[in-house]
Write a protein that binds this ligand. Structure first.
Ligand code: GDP
Length: 288
């Protein structure tokens, strides 16, 4: 696995997050709805232990709605945790966040002492997009307030709810190999971090298992049952004209086609992990 979790970055991010969480009442972690387990940053859960948590499964427009529902139920069973699905087309994300925060921290907040909420998550899950859409609301710069960094930006989600953005980069931590592949497929980790063909073969294996009809509808490869992942990739290459002089399949081009299609939602609404699958991968990784 080529992706690294650099200790220097980690310590800096950890320190900043720790400071930032001091005066915070609710911690919102934004996740990619297609891969909630893989796109979580375990450091956030660790540092925010004991605080009410809101998991926002973003980009739900790209994810399999039934699987997203399973994840929401799964999170809601955890103590002190709420969860909701979201995507950039939502006209009123603030209302949803406010309702969930009030539910998580009833009796907290008030105009005198507003409820303080922080939003965090790994890169590419859609934090900036959400914050920009919330920006239409009131923005206030912070002054000298305990637990809050001077100059930090806050958005008033409601009269008595302040939303803060987390600083710095909270890179994902690859705990399980499948998580690394799923992050790479989603575009959350750089193009060169993992071998693209390997990522695509893992993606195809999952699609062949859970979304064979969508795969066929997109690429007209027929029944892929009984085929190997690389044979499916070659078929896709052939169908899409990714062919080298001499007739060999241009695997790199075929891989790019599949990755781009997946990221753009062209294969359909796809989720790459079920809660139970994620739990099993995590368990296996811990036993190693
Ligand atoms: P950040 O790194 O967490 O701040 O993520 P960004 O807000 O920069 O979003 C990363 C990419 O995901 C951008 O290309 C966004 O346009 C896209 N994006 C953000 N939210 C959504 C969403 O709900 N649905 C889809 N399909 N794309 C989204």
């Amino acid at each position: 696995m080529a992706i690294q979790w650099f200790p220097g970055h980690m310590n800096k991010a950890k320190k900043e997050l720790e400071e930032r969480l001091g005066g915070i009442d609710v911690v919102i972690e934004m996740l990619d709805a297609r891969l909630p387990g893989s796109s979580a940053n375990p450091m956030i859960a660790r540092l925010a232990r004991g605080k009410p948590a809101l998991k926002v499964l973003n980009k739900q427009d790209l994810a399999d709605a039934r699987v997203t529902e399973q994840w929401l139920q799964w999170y809601r069973k955890q103590p002190g945790t709420q969860a909701l699905g979201l995507d950039a087309s939502d006209a009123a994300p603030a209302q949803k966040l406010v309702a969930a925060c009030r539910e998580l921290a009833p009796g907290r907040g008030g105009v005198e002492k507003p409820l303080r909420v922080v939003i965090c998550g790994i890169p590419n899950v859609g934090k900036s997009t959400l914050i920009n859409s919330l920006m239409g609301r009131r923005i206030a710069k912070t002054g000298n307030e305990p637990g809050i960094t001077k100059g930090q930006q806050r958005i008033m989600l409601a009269d008595d709810i302040e939303l803060f953005d987390t600083p710095g980069m909270l890179w994902p931590k690859i705990i399980v190999p499948q998580g690394g592949y799923n992050l790479a497929a989603s575009g959350a980790v750089g193009r060169n971090a993992l071998d693209e063909e390997e990522v695509v073969l893992e993606l195809l294996l999952y699609l062949m298992k859970r979304y064979p009809a969508e795969l066929d509808a997109r690429y007209k490869i027929g029944d892929s049952d009984g085929l190997q992942d690389w044979q499916v990739l070659e078929l896709i290459g052939k169908k899409r004209g990714a062919v080298l002089p001499g007739g060999r399949i241009n695997i790199q081009k075929a891989s790019e086609i599949v990755l781009t299609d997946f990221r753009d939602g062209n294969i359909g609404r796809i989720s790459l992990e079920l809660p139970e699958e994620w739990a099993a991968w995590e368990k296996a990784a811990k036993e190693h």
